[in-house]
Design a protein around this ligand. Structure first.
Ligand SMILES: Nc1ncnc2c1ncn2[C@@H]1O[C@H](COP(=O)(O)OP(=O)(O)OP(=O)(O)O)[C@@H](O)[C@H]1O
Ligand SMILES: [Mg+2]
Length: 310
């Protein structure tokens, strides 16, 4: 099972009139991964998830779950293996947590033992017999997750599960998501508009912007997109940039300071010596590793290149 691709889409496209909400997405979600599906508001995350779940039909492209096309007669058998939480869970607020689970359990014809199992996974055992009207948002969200886990899914799709939660709720949801592949063998596909919410749990990332997949890979691969650079403060920044370019260094940006692609302290020392020899007054040198957040914001166009912080 471990080399299997759990979700694979090819050329997945969905339009709303003239708007291309999702454009030719080729997603690949490996078994056992937590796949963080990231993008700013309106990027096409929910539209994609709805297509993955067969809730809306793509205009073009295909979705394969567990290696099989979801537009085949086998579709129901495939979707039976998927749990999902898209937007707020719909709960019967006058019923207890346990009773809410019981309603869904009967619909699914699942074994009764699963109720205690999922309550324990989401840490709601102690509150199971309280009426859900009195639940906090985080508890409701966890009950939604419990509902999604009732049918013992192999794949869980979560659309912004931490939306509206306080930091403690976010932390709890994150820990829960992290435990699912390891302890329960579940592959998790989770969307968010904040990198910070998934970077601690995701093994793989897909980043969408205006319907297009602009990055897919591991966190390390994302980090490698923006290598370490040397931030140089000099009294004559333009002359310094010219000298460095002439000696073969790659100047990334220049705006009162000079940023040069460089990876080591040895590079920094070489550059420093070269500049001083040419009469440049260097007053600052630092090696900078761009944070994942900076890379993410730049990729999604929410932070311009030149204002990169260091
Ligand atoms: N039913 C619809 N009719 C018309 N346009 C739609 C519909 N659903 C989505 N869209 C548009 O498609 C684009 C993608 O929307 P989608 O909800 O998939 O984005 P999202 O990434 O989930 O955003 P958010 O972070 O706000 O949830 C948006 O421009 C949205 O306005
Ligand atoms: Mg959405």
């Amino acid at each position: 099972m471990n080399n299997q691709t759990i979700i694979q889409t090819t050329g997945l496209t969905r339009r709303y009139k003239t708007l291309v909400a999702v454009n030719k997405l080729d997603l690949k979600v490996p078994a056992g991964s937590v796949y963080g599906f990231l993008g700013p508001n309106g990027a096409g995350k929910t539209t994609t998830i709805r297509m993955l779940l067969g809730l809306i039909t793509p205009d073009e492209g295909t979705v394969r779950l567990f290696g099989e096309d979801i537009h085949t007669p086998a579709r129901l058998n495939l979707l039976r293996r998927v749990g999902s939480l898209v937007e707020m869970p719909s709960l019967y607020l006058h019923l207890t947590g346990r009773e809410n689970l019981e309603v869904t359990r009967r619909l699914l014809d699942a074994d009764k033992k699963h109720i205690d199992r999922v309550l324990s996974i989401v840490n709601l055992t102690a509150d199971a017999d309280r009426v859900t009207k009195g639940y906090s948002l985080g508890m409701k969200q966890r009950l939604g997750l419990a509902l999604a886990l009732l049918n013992e899914p192999d794949l869980l799709m979560l659309d912004e599960p931490t939306n509206g939660l306080d930091p403690a709720g976010i932390h709890e949801m994150r820990e829960l998501i992290r435990s699912l592949p390891q302890q329960h063998g579940i592959t998790v596909f989770v969307s968010s508009h904040l990198l910070s919410e998934v970077e601690q749990v995701a093994t793989h990332l897909g980043i969408v912007r205006k319907g297009n997949l602009i990055f897919q890979g591991t966190l390390e691969a994302l980090q490698a997109q923006r290598p370490t650079y040397l931030h140089i403060g000099a009294r004559q920044p333009e002359a310094a940039a010219t000298i460095l370019q002439k000696t073969g260094w790659q100047v990334i940006s220049q705006n009162g300071h000079v940023n040069v692609k460089a990876a080591s302290e040895a590079d920094a020392a070489t550059i420093n010596t070269a500049l001083i020899k040419q009469g440049i007054d260097v007053y600052h040198l630092s090696l900078v590793q761009p944070s994942l957040e900076t890379i993410f914001l730049q990729l999604t166009g929410e932070q311009p290149e030149q204002t990169e912080t260091h």
